[in-house]
Ligand binder design. Structure first.
Ligand SMILES: *[C@@H]1O[C@H](CO)[C@@H](O)[C@H](O)[C@H]1NC(C)=O
Ligand SMILES: *[C@@H]1O[C@H](CO)[C@@H](O)[C@H](O)[C@H]1NC(C)=O
Length: 218
């Protein structure tokens, strides 16, 4: 009986660890592990600094709107482990996203996190696309929230006349971002033209045009 009960507990613990239902990042094993980005130690996340203080847990970079005078008319300001070393191993981070009227945060994915946005002001048309190729979309405004499940392609568009801004929460210290168009057309080294011509059913001239349009402006 005792052995059977022990076996059951072991199975439950192991399946809890394997399924890790709470966090996209691995669970922490200590109070804090403030990131030491200068450490040469290679591991999942960052090595811990020997000493730390409050400034390792602080960031004022989301206080003001980011500049949206760029091609997309939007700006993502991240508050992740690269800006806040104290986030290392904690499995959360934020961003602020600002949108000019007409601005677009172009279709992208976060391989390591689900995202939840809270609208600070303005109105946005937002959506994600499931692996069954269904678009799930909605218009959201000040005070409202919307969720983009981990890994799914999503976007936000400001179709309003006024600027808009959101705070985005992530269940990862470093969600990672792959913007679909930029990933395919501005990778270095470049993705071969004959991959893109077939994938998008367009000719080489069109591929070159998109590559040049999306090339980072200096
Ligand atoms: C934290 O320590 C750094 C040096 O490691 C120092 O520059 C900074 O002023 C300290 N900040 C606080 C809030 O004590
Ligand atoms: C955007 O605006 C800022 C501040 O007004 C300016 O310094 C910057 O050069 C502008 N950038 C572009 C790409 O126009």
């Amino acid at each position: 009986m005792a052995a059977a009960r022990l076996y059951l507990v072991v199975v439950m613990v192991v399946s809890a660890i394997i399924s890790n239902p709470v966090s996209a990042d691995p669970d922490m094993l200590q109070d804090v592990c403030v990131a030491d980005p200068t450490s040469g130690v290679k591991m999942n996340g960052f090595a811990c600094k020997a000493s730390f203080n409050a400034s390792d847990f602080f960031f004022d970079g989301l206080a003001n709107p980011g500049l949206t005078n760029n091609t997309m008319g939007s700006k993502v300001t991240a508050a992740n482990v690269e800006k806040i070393p104290g986030l290392n191993t904690l499995g959360v981070s934020l961003s602020r996203i600002d949108y000019a009227p007409g601005g677009l945060n172009p279709p992208h994915t976060h391989p390591r996190a689900t995202e939840m946005v809270y609208v600070l002001y303005g109105e946005l048309d937002v959506g994600f696309i499931t692996t069954a190729n269904v678009l799930v979309s909605k218009s959201i405004k000040k005070g409202e929230t919307f969720v983009f499940p981990r890994g799914l392609v999503h976007f936000q568009k400001n179709n309003g006349k006024d600027p808009a801004a959101v705070i985005a929460g992530f269940n990862s210290q470093l969600p990672g971002t792959q913007a679909i168009a930029a990933t395919l057309f501005t990778a270095s080294p470049t993705v071969p033209d004959n991959v893109l011509t077939i994938a998008f059913q367009i000719d080489t001239e069109e591929v070159e045009k998109i590559k040049s349009n999306l090339a980072p402006k200096s």
